[in-house]
Design a protein around this ligand. Structure first.
Ligand code: SF4
Length: 302
């Protein structure tokens, strides 16, 4: 039986595909987008978080994990969450020893059986609302065998399946899995491969090629664009993306205005947040941006 690192199973989601859905979040992502709202999803292995406001600097974590690396913040010495995998004995000992729950572990290894059991709990809601289960991340397709097995078992149960993906995955893997799904929510972050590479640290050609292939196959694909200040929020960006979509055969796109709700998570993980101070966008800020798509024959909505 396949297993993967799962960091959240969120029930009653209304934003991740049709109807009421359970979203299974898998850890691991090949991209490093500066605007990532789930930085805890990037590393594949379970990892520790440290909550500064809860830490009293007692040192119990260091004593319980004597081989773990240590850092100091504001005079408080504690185990270094960046230097210790969350699934090691040292990490687990440190978490157990912390009297204030300042240390927690994000992600745990779960089998398809365990995840399916949770998903089945809400089947009546899926049936009533036209919903189902969505695989997300991170990049869920970094766990291709787990995804294939879980999708197959969900389908056996008559449950609708959806995948949220950046599309940064080997074409042979993508082409094996994508047709098994009822819906695909695929990122289109930009259409300039060099810009993609510079801003997300990954092969932009690969993402674009997979999205183009999925559309050409007639799969139920909803392209989605996170609109990020200074990256792709210019109306020239909108025109380039709208024309790319039209040429690829897409008719619509969902625009996801940048928000900084994930900023506080970076501190928990002791990671730098490079968009600190950037202002969140709202649909009303992007009406001109949206109109560009409409003028190119692409239905753009929020
Ligand atoms: S055990 Fe918890 S409260 Fe004590 S130093 Fe470590 S993280 Fe802080």
């Amino acid at each position: 039986m396949e297993s993967a690192t799962v960091f959240n199973i969120q029930k009653f989601s209304l934003d991740d595909g049709p109807g009421i859905r359970t979203v299974v979040f898998l850890k691991g992502c090949p991209l490093r987008c500066a605007w990532c709202a789930n930085p805890e999803s990037q590393r594949r292995a379970p990892q520790l978080e440290w909550k500064e406001s809860a830490c009293v600097g007692c040192g119990a974590c260091c004593a319980a994990a004597p081989d773990a690396p240590v850092v100091e913040h504001g005079g408080r010495r504690h185990v270094d969450v960046r230097g210790l995998r969350g699934d090691t004995d040292q990490a687990q000992a440190a978490v157990r020893a912390c009297p204030t729950h300042a240390l927690t572990c994000i992600g745990e290894t779960r089998t398809t059986d365990e995840v399916l059991r949770v998903c089945l709990q809400d089947k009546p809601f899926y049936d009533d609302s036209g919903g189902g289960v969505t695989l997300s991340g991170g990049e869920a397709l970094t766990w291709p065998d787990f995804c294939l097995e879980l999708i197959g078992r969900l389908r056996e149960e008559g449950i609708d399946t959806c995948l949220e993906t950046e599309g940064h995955v080997a074409p042979e893997v993508f082409r094996r899995i994508a047709p098994q799904l009822d819906h695909l929510l695929m990122d289109l972050k930009h259409v300039d491969p060099a810009r993609l590479e510079a801003h997300v640290g990954a092969d932009g050609q690969l993402m674009l090629a997979n999205l183009r292939w999925a559309i050409a196959q007639g799969l139920d694909v909803l392209p989605r664009t996170p609109v990020v200040p200074g990256f792709n929020d210019d109306e020239r960006d909108a025109r380039a993306m709208a024309r790319w979509l039209r040429d690829a055969g897409a008719a619509r796109v969902q625009l996801l205005p940048f928000h900084n709700f994930g900023e506080s998570k970076y501190a928990l993980l002791d990671m730098p947040y490079t968009l600190r101070g950037a202002t969140g966008l709202h649909p009303e800020d992007l009406e001109g941006f949206r109109q560009v798509y409409l003028s190119e024959g692409i239905e753009a909505f929020f």
